[in-house]
Design a protein around this ligand. Structure first.
Ligand SMILES: [Zn+2]
Length: 136
């Protein structure tokens, strides 16, 4: 299984572009970008592009990425694909919208491409739903 193609991009800061494979890493792309690379940046009102729906649940003390985005008061989040884990699919979107953050999706063609690139990642959840508990 290859690494997932996941990343986060803030157009205001080209250098913040960051991809983080999730398979072997506990650090999601949002965490790396928001906490390690942009910890001092003012992100209020910013547009954020993320290939995968920001997560809504993590084992404490880790903060879910959707909550991090809420805390940083971003204005708009563009999402490439929903979380393939059906237990949490759509929860990140709801969390953002509840905080009055605008949520939009990538153009259809691009979403298809992202799903294609992440097919193994997606399949893991479809074929082995019992594995989902270990993935946070
Ligand atoms: Zn996350």
């Amino acid at each position: 299984m290859g690494n997932q193609w996941l990343g986060l991009w803030l157009p205001q800061m080209e250098s913040s572009r960051h991809g983080a494979p999730r398979r072997d890493s506990n650090n999601h792309a949002e965490y790396i970008a928001l906490e390690l690379k942009l910890s001092e940046a003012v992100l209020a009102g910013a547009s954020v592009y993320t290939t995968l729906e920001p997560c809504s649940r993590r084992n404490p003390p880790k903060i879910p990425c959707a909550e991090r985005l809420v805390q940083r008061k971003v204005g708009r989040v563009f999402i490439g694909m929903l979380d393939p884990n059906r237990d949490i699919q759509g929860h990140g979107v709801r969390l953002l919208r509840d905080a009055n953050i605008e949520v939009q999706f990538f153009p259809h063609e691009l979403m298809k491409e992202i799903e294609e690139l992440n097919r193994n990642f997606t399949r893991k959840f479809r074929d082995a739903p019992r594995l989902t508990q270990t993935s946070f």
